[in-house]
Design a protein around this ligand. Structure first.
Ligand SMILES: C[S@@+](CC[C@H](N)C(=O)[O-])C[C@H]1O[C@@H](n2cnc3c(N)ncnc32)[C@H](O)[C@@H]1O
Length: 497
């Protein structure tokens, strides 16, 4: 490891524990370990002779140091590197300057002309206006952007909107702006959360990426904790290389390893059409890590129906409990309807009430709450959020009106419910659908495009399903109990061609 990178890594380890926890969280100060930074730098291919490099949100400079280390190893070596590093935190900027000086010495020893400038400013605010009138000039951008929210009324949000970038997340804003600053053919390597790969919320960002650059290479660390082990960051992160202004390649390289120390890297060449499905209005990014995953994806996508073909809709539970606080009731009582939370999910069914549960069991029924409830019937419910420890992302249960009294029911906002025109489903259809969603195959397929613990209604709409008739036949095999996982998987797997 070069002296500059060693210095940056030591600074990272020394400075991180001293940062004010509040600032650290609001500015997303989780710096990249040297091993990961080196891996990222090695992804650039090829390097031009004279490089203008952007390091946005540079921290103590680990990424630039890794880039310089990589440049000194390349043959032929570049002749010049000119870095612009943005860092808003003055404490980190001081360490950054020392790293830059070490990079200069490194480059001098390898006859590379090295220039740098450190901009102590907000990267987004500083960059948006010039982007409207100036030609982009960077050849390379390397980033581990901060993960934080951008407030809707903030100056940054308005500046981004003027550029046509609609996002309330700082990491997506950094990537979109940096991409805008690259010249045609310029490369961007970033490590970010994987969350942008799915969800309707990130659709505008995915469009920017896919319309303005080509995805060449994506790396996934399959162990959530390990990439930022020193900081106990629990994000599923991916690293990717984009090339500005080029069409999507026929194939994308997808690599994966358990963690940065793992030398066993799995490499796959995947047709681009398997990464982003042609015709997908939301442009989900599917990360198929192994041949077995690829075969599974093929089988699930070969299923004949989308939810609309089945005449079924999925919606998010309407009862947002803190907004309906005055109407919540601990226990069932006259004038109240059952209120269903994920705490009522038990082995494939809704078990209600839960008298000693942490949540309420009922909702007062009145003019104020009539729009929050639906007619009782057989519904399939899924959790919107699962804990990191839970094995499954997709958890489906059946709401059976035979076991929960009343003509109306309220579904709380932490769950999604499947319905037909706002009413329940035929019993067998509901039971078949719940079985399908609870299968191992569907859960594993789901993880190929969802790297977080949230299950959005849009994700469920995007899935492929068996026919209505097939779901009913599956459902006939369930009565008051779900089959165990082995039996359930055996039944569902027989529907995949
Ligand atoms: C996730 S850290 C990554 C640091 C460094 N790139 C690395 O990989 O080690 C993000 C950095 O961006 C800085 N930052 C946060 N918001 C910023 C902004 N609006 N403009 C410039 N820098 C910012 C933080 O202080 C932090 O150092």
């Amino acid at each position: 490891m070069t002296t500059a990178l060693k210095h940056a890594d030591r600074s990272r380890l020394n400075v991180s524990p001293q940062l004010d926890p509040k600032t650290r969280s609001s500015l997303g100060q989780y710096m990249t370990p040297a091993l990961v930074a080196s891996f990222m730098a090695a992804m650039f291919d090829p390097l031009p002779d004279k490089i203008r490099l952007l390091d946005a949100g540079a921290g103590v400079g680990g990424l630039t140091a890794a880039f310089v280390q990589e440049a000194t190893k390349r043959s032929p070596r570049p002749r010049a590197i000119d870095v612009t590093a943005f860092e808003i935190d003055p404490v980190l900027a001081k360490h950054l300057e020392i790293t830059m000086l070490a990079c200069a010495a490194e480059c001098a020893a390898h006859e590379i002309d090295f220039q740098f400038s450190i901009v102590h400013d907000d990267f987004v605010l500083h960059s948006c206006e010039p982007l409207l009138r100036e030609e982009p000039t960077y050849d390379c951008a390397i980033l581990n952007p901060p993960y934080a929210k951008i407030n809707s009324g903030s100056k940054a949000r308005a500046a981004l909107r003027r550029l046509g970038i609609e996002t309330s997340n700082l990491y997506t804003a950094f990537v979109a702006v940096a991409l805008g600053q690259l010249r045609k053919g310029g490369q961007l390597v970033a490590i970010t959360p994987r969350s942008f790969c799915n969800g309707a919320y990130f659709t505008p960002f995915r469009r920017i990426l896919l319309d303005s650059s080509a995805f060449r290479e994506i790396h996934v660390y399959s162990s959530r904790r390990k990439a930022f082990a020193d900081d106990a960051v629990l994000q599923e992160n991916i690293i990717y290389r984009l090339v500005k202004g080029e069409p999507q390649p026929p194939e994308v390289t997808i690599t994966s390893s358990a963690n940065p120390d793992d030398e066993e890297v799995t490499r796959r060449q995947v047709p681009f059409a398997e990464v982003v499905h042609p015709g997908d209005p939301h442009n989900y990014i599917h990360l198929v890590l192994s041949d077995a995953d690829g075969a599974l994806a093929e089988r699930v996508q070969a299923l004949p129906c989308k939810l609309t073909d089945l005449g079924i809709k999925v919606s998010t539970g309407r009862v947002v409990d803190f907004r309906a606080r005055d109407h919540l009731r601990r226990e069932a009582q006259p004038g109240a309807v059952p209120l269903i939370y994920p705490m009522h999910f038990e082995e494939g069914f809704v078990v209600w009430p839960k008298p000693n549960g942490r949540k309420h069991n009922a909702l007062a029924f009145s003019q104020s709450t009539i729009d929050l409830v639906v007619p009782s019937g057989t519904y399939v419910l899924t959790k919107r959020f699962t804990s990191k420890e839970e094995k499954r992302r997709l958890v489906a249960v059946i709401f059976d009106p035979a076991t929960v009294p009343g003509s109306w029911v309220g579904f709380e906002n932490h769950l999604n419910y499947f319905h037909e025109q706002g009413r329940g489903l035929p019993g067998d259809l509901a039971r078949g659908l719940a079985m399908f969603l609870n299968s191992t195959a569907v859960d594993e397929y789901f993880r190929q495009f969802s790297g977080h613990t949230q299950v959005n209604a849009t994700d469920l709409r995007g899935l492929h399903y068996p026919t209505r008739q097939q779901l009913c036949t599956i459902g006939e095999q369930v009565r008051m109990q779900m089959p165990d996982q082995v039996e359930l998987d055996r039944i569902i797997n027989s529907y995949f061609s």
